[in-house]
Design a protein around this ligand. Structure first.
Ligand SMILES: [Zn+2]
Ligand SMILES: [Zn+2]
Length: 397
């Protein structure tokens, strides 16, 4: 049977090609030749098609089918009722829920490569050649866009070191003996939602004046009812469509620079891992809706100035939901183990923004608490209101 995998090989020497984040080209590991993405695309179009056909045949065989494909939702006219997300541009095969493994044979060494059902690019564990499975990104599940990696593995490691800096509660031996178990560059699948939000929000706000009147100090609080209305367009709000990626980490990696979005091509993948989505658009719509609603309210809230306090009392938000697109975005994942606990960090492969939780040294925390108590004692000795500060500060820890 024909291969389902494509190995991108150097036309000059036959060596494995990988996509270089530095040059934005495909580079040969052996002879250093480099090729434009478009050249490799053209060269491999035929092979990709064959691999996709082979993949689809294998899938068909595997499938017991049955899933009905939902009709594509239409984008109804503005001003009408809230409309559903238009998924017509984002592939239709989203009832798919296979959780099993897939095996492919490596075209370079013939070994069997076992991977997850969502894997779209990996490397052969035996011969180390970058492998791409075009069938995972074809037909009606073809992504619309990709942002190619701009930062390499070394940049990811350096960013993690930088992340440690200035973290005074970080245990010293975590920093010193830190051995990163694994650094992986992954193209993570995202759905991108575009929408317009219209909102009327009312706030209760106060202004506080304090003045002296004879022997008395008078505090006067004026209450205001403040209303704001407005609309905002949101372009391509990303929500990650991969179950194994923690949503909060992926949200924190934003923003991505969309001016560097490219039309999707598998030629950006050799040398990286890539997954196809396993979270459906439907499963993400609630998150997308919530982000639109909260963002418009926050924009309006930020327009209320000059008050001592502002409290939202009512919101009325309408959404005009637009297109949903499918994109793969570059993320470096760094895993480390310390004292038997696993820590994961994620870095935006385009901008270098890094997120991840660090362990806290109990010893250092104690020392800092000790320091605070000493400082409070000093403040209390100097000022009669020290007690207030003391309770304020200690409630902090
Ligand atoms: Zn070469
Ligand atoms: Zn191999």
């Amino acid at each position: 049977m024909a291969e389902q995998i494509v190995n991108h090989k150097c036309p000059a020497c036959g060596g494995g090609l990988h996509f270089s984040s530095e040059t934005g080209k495909l580079v040969c590991e052996f002879c250093d030749s480099s090729y434009e993405v478009s050249e490799i695309e053209a060269m491999y179009a035929g092979k990709e098609e064959k691999a996709t056909d082979a993949f689809e045949q294998a899938e068909e065989k595997r499938q017991q089918e049955g899933e009905e494909q939902p009709e594509n939702w239409a984008y109804s006219d503005p001003g009408g009722e809230e409309t559903p997300w238009n998924t017509s541009g984002a592939g239709g095969d989203w009832g798919d829920e296979e959780g099993n493994m897939r095996s492919f044979s490596c075209p370079s060494c013939g070994a069997e490569i076992l991977c997850e059902a969502t894997t779209g690019a990996t490397s052969c564990p035996y011969c180390d050649n970058p492998t791409v499975i075009p069938g995972q990104f074809s037909g009606n599940i073809k992504p619309d866009y990709i942002i190619p990696f701009k930062l390499n593995k070394e940049a990811a490691k350096a960013a993690l070191k930088e992340h440690y800096k200035g973290k005074i509660l970080l245990p010293k031996d975590f920093k010193d003996s830190n051995h990163i178990d694994e650094v992986k560059g992954i193209y993570v699948p995202f759905w991108m939602f575009s929408a317009e939000a219209m909102a009327n929000v009312s706030f209760e706000a106060t202004k506080v004046h304090t003045y002296r009147s004879g022997d008395y100090e008078v505090t006067r609080t004026d209450h205001f009812s403040v209303a704001r209305s407005g609309s905002a367009a949101f372009e391509r709000i990303p929500t990650d469509a991969s179950k194994k990626m923690p949503d909060d980490y992926m949200d924190s990696l934003e923003p991505f620079n969309y001016s560097e979005l490219k039309d999707f091509s598998t030629a950006y993948m050799p040398g990286y891992l890539a997954d196809k989505y396993d979270v459906t658009i439907e499963e993400c719509t609630e998150r997308a809706d919530l982000r639109c609603r909260n963002s418009i309210v926050e924009l309006l809230r930020n327009d209320v100035h000059g008050y001592a306090t502002v409290r939202e009392v009512n919101r009325d938000v309408g959404l005009k939901r637009g297109d949903v697109k499918y994109a793969l975005l570059p993320v470096w994942i760094l895993n480390t183990t310390w004292n038997g606990t696993k820590y994961m960090f994620a870095m935006n492969g385009q901008t270098g923004k890094i997120v991840g939780d660090l362990p806290v040294s109990k010893k250092k925390l104690h020392m800092i608490r000790g320091g605070v108590v000493a400082a409070i004692t000093l403040i209390m000795a100097l000022s009669p209101i020290g007690g207030y500060f003391a309770s304020l500060i200690s409630s902090y820890f």
